[in-house]
Structures are given as structure tokens and as C-alpha cells.
Ligand binder design. Structure first.
Ligand code: UD1
Ligand code: UDP
Length: 358
């Protein structure tokens, strides 16, 4: 059998890495198809190098553009590769334009689609990711749900139970596989002059937050209030999308240390030593939960409700006072919760299921 691994952005590379490791270990025939949605070194190559992943056999180099442009280019490029390679199955991970376009191109060619991280829903259709997730799930043949809750969502949408497998989330595998190495290699904190448990870590890049000048400014004001009250540094590795909007809107936060996006090992170090994390990222909400670090989510909804249920995360929205209130609440809680995202063997399960079935 032959497997195509499609990926295109930072979180897909990180979350697909445990699956790729397992394919290597079992010597299964596969190839990596990179869409090129992310191309900057610190959003792309750095993860291949650090996670020791093989080179992509194909890179479609679609780059940035409007949703339609990006999705259409990926659709055409993936179709060409699948026609040449005729794999039995394509695996996609998550909810980006690369994921949906890859799944759609494959299903029309009758190539089976396996969706890693299926069944997540924010129930907010203004998010491009929500559209991508729903459509991908509904053209998939294998739906690898990270949690029983995600499975229930898929069943509720009429997807047959034979297609759904609860595997855990591959981010747990990626964290377990890399945290030790991150700790050993670590000089990230000292290079940024940070003391463990005496700083806040921020990430913010969602389109609905950073493309709206008032919303972006309001969140930054909230972060400023947090910094003023707790008087410890706030570090924000800025996604290039957000950097572009900051420049465009003339936003220049004073009490936040803005840095370039960092590698996965550096980011794991920053996360695991943070006093608290404020974020609008999906993966970062999960990692905070897995690492036992309190999280405040700078959104009105989340497709990771398990984090709210176990008590690792609070939804703060984007208003300054609420961001401050949620930070106070999370800081006063005990950081004791169990990780709902699995045991770190999701990659093994996914590879076992597809190889036994094909
Ligand atoms: C994309 C995903 C989002 C995911 C995020 C992970 C979609 C709709 N969005 O958002 O779900 O959370 O990736 O980080 O698929 N840019 C660079 N270098 C790059 C890539 C992008 O500078 O390597 C800049 C460009 O100015 C570009 C902008 O970032 O216009 C947005 O890039 P895009 O890929 O459209 O979306 P992301 O915000 O990265
Ligand atoms: N991440 C990283 N460096 C950074 C910021 C994030 O390596 O500077 C990692 C983080 O550990 C997580 C992933 O990027 O695994 C999350 O990606 P992102 O927030 O871009 O996307 P989302 O998860 O929201 O789709």
C-alpha cells in the first residue's frame, strides 16, 4: 500500500510528525505532499529540521493569497500529484485550507481520505477553519477523532460509526516525544531573560481577531492590563499574519515583548515554564492543558471544550476587563486536571488502522 501525507502549515507539520515517525518505523511506503501554504523558515523548515522529518517529495508552493486562490491552487496541485502517484489513502490533519483542498481533491479521485483530528466544532461558521473541518469530515473515509466527544459530534452529523476511530490527539504524542529534548537543549528562557513561572506567554493569530483593527487593539489592551496588574513580562512570538496587521493598523503594544515565531522545542520550553498562557490558537490550548499550564483563550468559543471541562482553560473573549478577570481566576486555581487528549499513542493507532484496513 502507499500513503500520501498532505500538510501545509506549522500545526499540521507538528501534529503529523508522530504519524510520519510511525510510518518510518513500520517501513510503510508513503510520501509527503507539502502544499506550501506556509513557507517562511520559522513556520515551515524549522519544524522539518527539528523534528527530523524527511523532505517532502512534492511542494506545491501555493504560498499566500485569498481563501479561494489558495484553496483552488492546492486543489489543482493535489489532484496532479494524486493522479501521478495513485496512493491508496491520503492523510490530512486539522482544519486549514490545505486540509480541505487536499481532502476534496482526493475524494473526487476516489482516493480514500483519513482525517486526523476529526469531529472538532466551534459552531462558529464565521471561522474559515470551521468550514474546512466540517467539509473535510464529510468527505473522509477514516475519521480519527481525538476524544469521545468529537466522536459523538460526528455521529450526531450522521457519519457512520464504522468510519470513526477514537485515537487521542497526535499533539500528545508530539509533546511527549519532544518535551524531554526541549528541556535538555533549553536556553530559550535565559536568552530572553525570563525566569520560570514569572512570565506570561501569548499567541494570537486567528483571522477573526487580528484582521479586525478594533478587536486586535482590544485584546492588546487586555494584555496590557494583565501586564500592569501582575508586573511580570509578557512574551508574544508574533505570527507573520499578525505582524502584517499590526503594522497596517499602527498597533505598537508597549508592555509586551514581541519576538519572531520560535521553533517547536523553544516553544515547548516557553509553554512549560510559563505562569499562564493567553492564546487564540487551537494547538496551544491543547498543549497548555497537556503541560498543566493554565490557559486563557482570547476567543468567544472553542472547538476544544474538553479543556473547559477539565478546568485548564477559560474563554475570555476579546474585551480587556474580561481578559484580566479570567487571568485572575485562572491564577487562583489549582493546576490539577487530567489530560483529556489521549495517551501519546495516537500516531501508532492511526497507522495501525489504515495499514490493517488497506
Ligand atoms: C493558517 C490557517 C489557520 C492556522 C494557521 C496556523 C487557514 C484558513 N488558516 O492561518 O487555521 O491556525 O495557518 O499557523 O488555512 N505568511 C507568511 N509566511 C508564511 C505563511 C504566511 O508571512 O509562511 C503571512 C502572509 O502575509 C499571509 C498571512 O501570513 O498572507 C496569512 O497566511 P495564511 O496561510 O493565509 O493563513 P494563517 O494566518 O497562516
Ligand atoms: N508553535 C511554535 N512556535 C511558535 C508558536 C507556536 O512552534 O512560535 C507551535 C505550538 O507549539 C503548536 C502549534 O505551533 O503546536 C500551533 O500552531 P498555530 O497556533 O499556528 O495554529 P493552530 O493550532 O491555531 O491551528
Amino acid at each position: 500500500m502507499k500513503i500520501a501525507i498532505a500538510l501545509g502549515t506549522r500545526p499540521e507539520i507538528i501534529k503529523m510528525s508522530p504519524v510520519i515517525r510511525e510510518l518510518e518505523k513500520r517501513q510503510v511506503t508513503y510520501f509527503i505532499l507539502h502544499t506550501g501554504q506556509h513557507y517562511s523558515h520559522n513556520l515551515d523548515r524549522v519544524f522539518f529540521e527539528q523534528l527530523k522529518l524527511p523532505q517532502a517529495k512534492y511542494n506545491l508552493e501555493v504560498g499566500s493569497g485569498s481563501h479561494a486562490q489558495q484553496t483552488a491552487k492546492i486543489l489543482i496541485g493535489v489532484e496532479n500529484v494524486l493522479r501521478d502517484e495513485s496512493p491508496h489513502i491520503i492523510l490530512v490533519e486539522g482544519d486549514t485550507n490545505s486540509v480541505f483542498a487536499g481532502a476534496l481533491a482526493a475524494t473526487k479521485l476516489h482516493v480514500k481520505v483519513g482525517h486526523v483530528e476529526a469531529g472538532l466544532r466551534s459552531y462558529d461558521r464565521s471561522m474559515p477553519e470551521e468550514i474546512n473541518r466540517i467539509l473535510t469530515d464529510h468527505c473522509s473515509d477514516y475519521l480519527f477523532a481525538p476524544t469521545p466527544k468529537a466522536r459523538q459530534i460526528l455521529l450526531g452529523e450522521g457519519i457512520s460509526k464504522e468510519k470513526i476511530f477514537v485515537t487521542g490527539n497526535t499533539i500528545v504524542d508530539a509533546v511527549y516525544q519532544n518535551l524531554g529534548i526541549a528541556k535538555e537543549q533549553g536556553n530559550t528562557l535565559s536568552s530572553l531573560n525570563l525566569t520560570p513561572k514569572e512570565y506570561f506567554l501569548v499567541t494570537l493569530h486567528r483571522q477573526e481577531n487580528v484582521d479586525n483593527p478594533r478587536r486586535f487593539a482590544s485584546i492588546l489592551k487586555g494584555l496590557d492590563k494583565v501586564a500592569a496588574e501582575f508586573r511580570i513580562p509578557t512574551v508574544y512570538p508574533v505570527h507573520p499574519h499578525s505582524r502584517k496587521r499590526m503594522n497596517e493598523f499602527g498597533l505598537d503594544p508597549k508592555n509586551i515583548t514581541l519576538i519572531e515565531p520560535v521553533s517547536f522545542l523553544d516553544f515547548l520550553q516557553l509553554e512549560s515554564n510559563a505562569r499562564l498562557i493567553l492564546t487564540d490558537s487551537g494547538g496551544v490550548q491543547e498543549e497548555a492543558c497537556i503541560l498543566g499550564i493554565p490557559c486563557v483563550t482570547l476567543r468567544d468559543n472553542t472547538e476544544r471544550p474538553e479543556t473547559l471541562e477539565v478546568g485548564s482553560n477559560l474563554l475570555a473573549g476579546t474585551l480587556p476587563d474580561k481578559i484580566l478577570r479570567c487571568t485572575r481566576l485562572m491564577l487562583n486555581k489549582e493546576n490539577k486536571w487530567s489530560n483529556p487528549f489521549g495517551d501519546g499513542k495516537a500516531g501508532q493507532r492511526i497507522v495501525r488502522i489504515i495499514t490493517e484496513d488497506n
